[in-house]
Design a protein around this ligand. Structure first.
Ligand code: XMP
Length: 327
């Protein structure tokens, strides 16, 4: 009979068999539940021969890098390398407004940075006389496996970020996917048994292209800063209201328009933040979340008072379909 404990034992044994006594594995982590649980399992199986890489793409959430470093590196003891590539990503995003182009640029740059870091680790570890890097860890879940086989809809584009085919070819890496038989709730349970932080286990999904697709129009450092600050307040208030786990995904986006406002006896002409919150089980369809008005009021007041450059906050009441979750 199947238990989480027996799954862990079996999977650790399988990983050790595949990787061998000296083999090395690289994997990208994002701070999300899938990549973290996969990394945690790998650490349990082969210790420091698993090398986790976190690419700071400049469009992560506020304090995200530090948090991931703390939780994965310090707390879970995973061998973690943080690569600051923010300037490179932001530079390539200059002048780009089309969301699909943003996704492609970020996806390609990510692969480039990840590959170059993996090669560096490969070189550094070669001297020790141990094996080279042969495997790439991916936190693929069962629904991803099914989807990539049977569904050729918009998600084919959605998953462009995760397309690491080139990486596998260039470096001759083989894939290792310890979560490929699990559903999301099982990954969360696995994470709990492996003592991964509760906060992290219940995190809302966050898209690979991050805040770049939540800043509509051109992505500049100052626009990213506004979206980040607003999102941080929004999520903070959702947590304070005890609603974080009820909502499947929430975020604040920055619109590329200016609206008229008034402050004291002067007119202002500033930007608009849109709040999105949805309930969904599969992310293919979703309903907007019916916030109590007093909570919306508090969030709106805080964002307008605390985030410079914003004089208006609106709430998105569109379901999916026809609207998508991201803008
Ligand atoms: P949509 O906007 O299509 O989103 O309703 C469905 C789910 O997918 C996430 N999403 C992405 N994730 N790269 C990702 O890694 C992307 O380009 C991307 N676009 C959307 C979205 O956050 C939601 O959870």
């Amino acid at each position: 009979n199947w238990t989480m404990e027996s799954f862990i034992d079996k999977e650790i044994e399988r990983i050790r068999q595949i990787v061998g006594p000296n083999g090395k594995v690289v994997g990208a982590v994002s701070g999300g539940v899938d990549s973290t649980v996969a990394a945690r399992l790998m650490k349990e199986a082969i210790g420091d021969r698993f090398h986790a890489i976190l690419v700071d793409n400049g469009v992560m959430r506020l304090n995200e890098c530090e948090t991931v470093k703390k939780v994965l590196g310090d707390h879970l003891g995973i061998n973690l390398k943080v690569v600051d590539a923010a300037d490179m990503f932001l530079d390539r995003l200059k002048g780009v407004t089309d969301p699909e182009r943003k996704r492609k640029i970020i996806g390609n740059t990510f692969i480039e940075v990840f590959e170059s870091e993996s090669l560096k680790i490969d070189q550094e570890t070669k001297e020790g006389g141990h094996g080279q890097i042969e495997y790439l860890l991916q936190g693929t879940l069962y629904p991803d496996v099914i989807e990539s086989i049977s569904f050729k809809g918009p998600s084919a584009t959605i998953k462009t970020h995760h397309n690491v085919g080139g990486l596998l070819e260039d470096m001759k890496l083989k894939l290792i996917e310890p979560l490929r038989e699990l559903f999301k709730d099982e990954v969360r349970e696995l994470g709990k048994v492996l003592k991964v932080d509760e906060d992290l286990i219940w995190r809302h999904p966050f898209p690979g292209p991050g805040i770049a697709i939540r800043v509509l129009g051109e992505v500049t450092p100052s626009q990213v800063a506004i979206a980040r600050a607003a999102d941080h307040i929004y999520i903070d208030e959702i947590k304070k209201a005890g609603l974080y786990r009820k909502i499947s995904q929430a975020y604040a986006a920055l619109l590329p328009v200016k609206a008229v406002g008034v402050m004291g006896d002067r007119r202002t002409y500033e930007q608009v933040i849109v709040l999105r919150a949805v309930e969904t089980t599969d992310f293919m369809t979703a309903d907007w979340y019916p916030f109590p008005y007093d909570i919306l009021k508090k969030i709106s007041n805080r964002i307008i008072n605390e985030v410079k450059g914003v004089n208006r906050v609106v709430y998105d009441i569109s379901s999916k379909p026809p609207a998508t979750i991201e803008w």
